[in-house]
Design a protein around this ligand. Structure first.
Ligand SMILES: Cc1cc2nc3c(=O)[nH]c(=O)nc-3n(C[C@H](O)[C@H](O)[C@H](O)COP(=O)(O)OP(=O)(O)OC[C@H]3O[C@@H](n4cnc5c(N)ncnc54)[C@H](O)[C@@H]3O)c2cc1C
Length: 389
């Protein structure tokens, strides 16, 4: 039982059958459970850990909606509504902050202006950006505000959603690993479960549970290094903050023609940061600490060793960008997500068995919508089924 008397860590108990069994209690699995329970279906969520501790709590909490395109934008827009509703109902911190982008060179401004022409992104003069973010003024040439974006605290959001879903009737089987899955049946380390519909939402562990699908679709692992620091800002950072390195990463910016020159310049000037596959970005948590990241390494089995060069680069780049005394590092960690040639994996594994994953680093932004849309389509759910949970 948690402090509110909800059995969030129940390992056993209840029925061994449900309308829907979800494997994985990260944001994609929680999105699947939320979609199912709102349609009046019985739901069991199975996870081998005793609470969500995967990518869903290790990220920036940046819901980067307005920088997406195509399927990602559709899932992100759907997720936005679900995030807002869940934060109200499950009572966790979330703010309609938008996202700030700091431009320090003309080629960064060019990318922002090109993307802003599509709407939803407002260009900022340097003065306004300095009021919204405690940056150094030297070198800053302007910026932008992505208006539709949200920010949450990943460390509290997932646990609050678990409690809310448990109160709504979802049964959680924690400390229970799934060993095999097929039509109507989920084998676990605590015995089999049966279900009409099964959702596999295990992120990068797809390569262990369903290795043939991971191999066929080219899904491997991406490891990321991050840190959290105590900072002294002259005023708070009002929204997640992106830099030029983010502009060559997120679809809506990276697909502009101006991004080609920006990428070339960044890689030529800073091969050390390019080698880290840096996405230089920041979010400030409600307690005032700053999440700083992040580096990326991709492979079937990326090395577990966290190069100190990455953390040194995070701190020196933060020092060059923000007007602040040297921050004090509180924590360092590694996160992992599934990485594939496409942005999403949506695979029918067997009759009534669906595997879902965000296969790039935007699963917090898109995961709820990814689950909502694909479960509805795969399991033939109708709008009339939706209730009030
Ligand atoms: C460092 C970092 C920063 C990121 N920043 C952002 C960001 O700011 N914005 C954004 O949109 N996205 C971000 N992402 C990506 C995002 O966090 C992920 O895409 C998303 O959280 C994936 O959710 P998930 O539910 O698929 O996976 P997870 O949260 O990893 O959950 C998968 C769950 O499956 C369970 N599981 C696995 N195998 C089994 C099994 N056999 N049996 C039972 N349980 C099993 C695991 O225990 C785990 O709890 C970031 C990711 C990382 C790592």
């Amino acid at each position: 039982m948690d402090a509110e008397g909800v059995p969030v860590s129940a390992a056993t108990g209840g029925s061994d059958a449900a309308d829907v069994v979800v494997i994985g209690s990260g944001i994609v699995g929680l999105g699947a459970a939320y979609a199912a329970i709102r349609r009046g279906l019985s739901v069991i969520v199975v996870d081998r850990t005793d609470a969500p501790v995967g990518a869903t709590i290790r990220n920036f909490g940046h819901l980067c909606i307005g920088a997406q395109e195509g399927d990602a934008r559709r899932y992100a827009d759907a997720s936005r509504e679900l995030w807002l509703r869940l934060s109200r109902d499950a009572r966790f911190w979330l703010r309609e902050s938008g996202t700030l982008v700091a431009a320090r060179r003309a080629d960064e401004l060019a990318v922002l202006e090109q993307a802003a022409a599509g709407g939803g992104i407002r260009m900022l003069e340097t003065d306004e950006l300095l009021r919204l973010a405690p940056l150094r003024s030297d070198g800053l040439v302007g910026g932008a505000h992505i208006e539709t974006d949200l920010q949450t605290d990943p460390r509290t959001a997932a646990a609050a959603i678990v409690r809310h879903l448990a109160r709504s009737g979802v049964e959680f089987r924690f400390r229970t690993a799934v060993t095999a899955v097929g039509t109507g049946r989920v084998d676990t380390t605590r015995g089999p479960l049966t279900a009409g519909s099964i959702v596999v939402a295990v992120n990068h562990d797809l390569d262990q549970l369903l290795p043939e699908i991971a191999e066929r679709t080219g899904v491997v692992r991406c490891t990321l290094d991050m840190l959290r620091a105590a900072v002294t800002f002259r005023h708070p950072l009002s929204a997640p903050l992106l830099t030029g390195w983010s502009l060559v990463r997120y679809g809506r910016f990276a697909d502009t023609s101006s991004a080609v020159a920006l990428r070339e310049r960044l890689h030529a000037e800073r091969p050390d940061l390019a080698a880290l596959d840096l996405n230089q970005m920041y979010t400030q948590l409600p307690d005032g600490t700053l999440i700083i990241g992040d580096s990326h390494a991709t492979g079937v089995s990326p090395a577990p060793f966290q190069p100190e060069a990455a953390f040194a680069a995070f701190l020196s780049e933060a020092d060059a960008l923000f007007d602040m005394p040297t921050p004090r590092v509180l924590e360092r960690w590694q996160g992992v997500y599934a990485k594939g040639p496409q942005e999403f994996l949506v695979e029918q594994v067997d009759e009534g068995v669906l595997a879902l994953a965000a296969t790039t680093g935007i699963g917090m932004t898109t995961g709820l919508g990814l689950a909502e849309e694909n479960l509805t389509a795969a399991f033939g759910w109708t709008p009339a089924m939706e209730g009030t949970a």
